[in-house]
Design a protein around this ligand. Structure first.
Ligand code: BES
Ligand code: ZN
Length: 617
């Protein structure tokens, strides 16, 4: 009897150590009281006013009470003017509700606290956005590609949805939404939703997103947009200039979707369209569901940068279906997505290309790790009291990817594919945190196939600083050859004309430039430029890699091109390092200031904030 009792206890406790479900971590970047009352349905009715550069209208939330005694709803807001709040009781009668905007927190914004009656089931907030609404960029006609009509777009991730919609802005919560958007008649509105109802350009647009999504995936864009289909399921929204070019560049999107669906389960969102933004878009891409937002800087004419599409598409599973529950756990979105992206690239474009991209990513990670505080190089971040935008680095992306690659290498592709598929299936439309993931990993892989990878090893990756020794590398024959040829040139065994650059892909060029010594003599820089016109490269990745080498060496011929680039492009990943390097070069500080003065009005508020920080030192 005693034996049985001991056995049961042992069994139970060993199960418990695996299955114990810890309380979901608190989201330190939201005021929302989701443990008491949460909103799971949102209805927007907004007018887009380009003259005032503001959205105005209402956001209506349907309430679910977890705590029946709760008598207030707390929403997140930032830089919004709240005009009035109504609430509806269970009979559907609307009356005013008392509300209060709390003190401004520099990072989180302001809590909007609404007094509820015991029977209220809905809340309707009438509001306007302001010039400080950080999630919106308003462009005048001159700042667009066609230069005829103004443009508006949102970027809600990480915590900017609250600056254009008063809502519970935490990825721990999901809402379905519908929207009615009124715009000037000649413009077209699109959202991260079903866009198919809007066949007529009439200034009145309707959207439905039936599947529940986190607030950071709510997105809107308004401009002189046109649509071109690429396949049954995919198409391009863009200004005219980009439409055909983008459709050609991204014509493999359907293939990527088919491969992805085969790997990890059917694509869960219906259509997958791409929206090409103006060049001030602060990111490469943003995985807004059904409609990824894409920078035009990846439209190069040779499909060399389409891994960005693989990345945003992969988020349809990692991120949009299974979502990090708070911003410390961003690696669950981005690390999985980078892993998935590289897998897609290997399947669609072959392992040689995927290996080159992998190798370039690892270099980027190592550069970031060298510059970051050690605490910011753990996969799980500690962002309490900090702005999530400030801790953004390659760690969540590439270190996360490498951990998953390590697991795949150790357990074998078959088992690891099955594990990932099971993960997406089990946690579909749910939020995920690091602890829950680690439990699932232990249960589904570590314990199931003991002796392959230890829990301690995984924890070292997740909670420890830096890049663990023995991280998985992918060998690239092509890169090895480029490195060898580069050495031969440096040792003056061969001339530049002997390099087989005619057959180099953009990736080989990037490897070549990244491998060049950082103290190359001016004559060598000039020799390279004369041979390959690197200062004139129209490929943004090549141009920025070349600038990163040459700005610190005060190579003057590149400077006019740097100026042009900074005036035309607002992608943070490119422009912030360029400004930093200019500022670190005493001879170019004045130049940097002059350019910024001119370029600043064209940059997105998020980009401006990052550059301001670089200028502040
Ligand atoms: N979701 C991210 C962009 C993001 C992350 C915005 C965190 C705000 C906070 C998007 O999927 C992304 O990762 N974009 C990358 C592209 C890429 C291929 C790694 C970018 O913009 O460079
Ligand atoms: Zn991403």
């Amino acid at each position: 009897m005693l034996k049985l009792w001991i056995l049961t206890t042992l069994l139970l406790s060993s199960c418990l150590s695996v299955f114990v479900v810890k309380a979901a971590p608190v989201d330190h970047h939201s005021f929302a009281n989701i443990a008491e009352v949460y909103t799971n349905k949102l209805s927007l009715d907004l007018t887009v006013d380009f003259e005032q550069q503001q959205l105005h209208g209402f956001a209506e939330h349907t309430l679910t009470r977890k705590d029946p005694k709760s008598n207030q709803l707390i929403l997140d807001s930032r830089a919004l003017v709240i005009e009035k709040v109504l609430q509806a009781d269970d009979q559907g009668a609307w009356r005013t509700a008392a509300f209060k905007l709390g003190a401004v927190d520099a990072i989180k914004g302001q809590p909007l606290t609404i007094q509820l009656t015991p029977t209220s089931t809905k809340v309707r907030v009438y509001y306007r956005t302001t010039a400080e609404s950080s999630g919106l960029q308003w462009l005048n006609a001159a700042q667009t590609s066609e230069k005829q009509q103004p443009f508006l777009f949102s970027q809600s991730q990480a915590i900017h949805a609250r600056s254009w919609i008063p809502l519970q802005d935490t990825p721990a919560l999901r809402v379905s939404y519908q929207a009615r958007i009124r715009t000037p008649k000649q413009l077209m509105a699109v959202m991260s939703a079903d866009n198919s109802k809007n066949t007529e350009r009439d200034g009145d647009y309707q959207f439905v997103m039936p599947q529940p999504i986190p607030a950071y995936l709510i997105a809107i864009a308004v401009g002189d947009l046109h649509f071109q289909p690429m396949s049954d399921q995919t198409g391009i929204y863009a200004e005219k200039t980009w439409l055909a070019k983008a459709a050609a560049e991204f014509s493999d999107t359907q293939k990527m979707m088919d491969v992805a669906s085969k790997l990890y389960g059917e694509y869960p969102w219906g259509r997958y369209d791409l929206l090409i933004l103006p060049a001030s878009f602060p990111f490469g891409g943003m995985e807004n569901p059904r409609l990824s937002f894409i920078t035009p800087t990846v439209i190069t004419g040779d499909k060399s940068l389409v891994s960005l599409i693989a990345h945003e598409l992969a988020h349809s599973w990692s991120g949009n279906l299974v979502t990090n529950s708070n911003w410390n756990d961003l690696w669950l979105n981005e690390g999985f997505t980078n892993f998935f992206e590289n897998r897609l690239m290997a399947e669609v474009y072959g392992p040689a290309r995927a290996a080159m991209e992998y190798s370039l990513s690892v270099k980027d990670l190592q550069r970031d790790i060298a510059e970051l505080e050690p605490a910011d190089t753990a996969l799980q971040l500690q962002l309490t009291g900090r702005d999530p935008d400030d801790a953004f680095s390659q760690v969540a992306y590439v270190k996360g990817q490498l951990l998953l690659q390590l697991l795949e290498n150790k357990f074998g592709r078959e088992k690891f594919d099955a594990f990932i598929s099971a993960y997406f299936k089990k946690f579909a439309f749910q939020s995920m945190d690091t602890q829950t993931f680690l439990q699932f990993l232990q249960q589904q892989l570590l314990d199931k196939y003991p002796g392959v990878v230890s829990k301690t090893e995984v924890e070292q990756w997740v909670f420890g600083a830096g890049l663990p020794a023995g991280f998985p590398m992918q060998h690239s024959d092509a890169f090895a050859l480029v490195s060898k040829q580069l050495q031969a040139w440096l040792q003056q065994d061969i001339t530049l004309s002997a390099l087989p650059t005619k057959t180099w892909t953009v990736h080989e060029w990037l490897h070549f430039i990244n491998q060049l010594p950082r103290d190359l003599a001016p004559a060598k820089l000039a020799e390279l430029d004369a041979a390959f016109a690197l200062s004139q490269s129209s490929n943004a990745e090549i141009f920025v890699a070349w600038s990163r080498l040459t700005i610190p060496l005060n190579y003057l011929p590149v400077m006019p091109q740097v100026q042009q680039f900074l005036l035309n492009v607002g992608r943070t990943k490119f422009v912030v390092p360029l400004y930093r390097l200019l500022l670190e070069n005493p001879a170019q500080q004045g130049f940097a200031k002059e350019i910024y003065q001119q370029a600043k009005p064209g940059y997105h508020p998020l980009t401006q904030a990052q550059i301001d920080k670089a200028f502040a030192g």
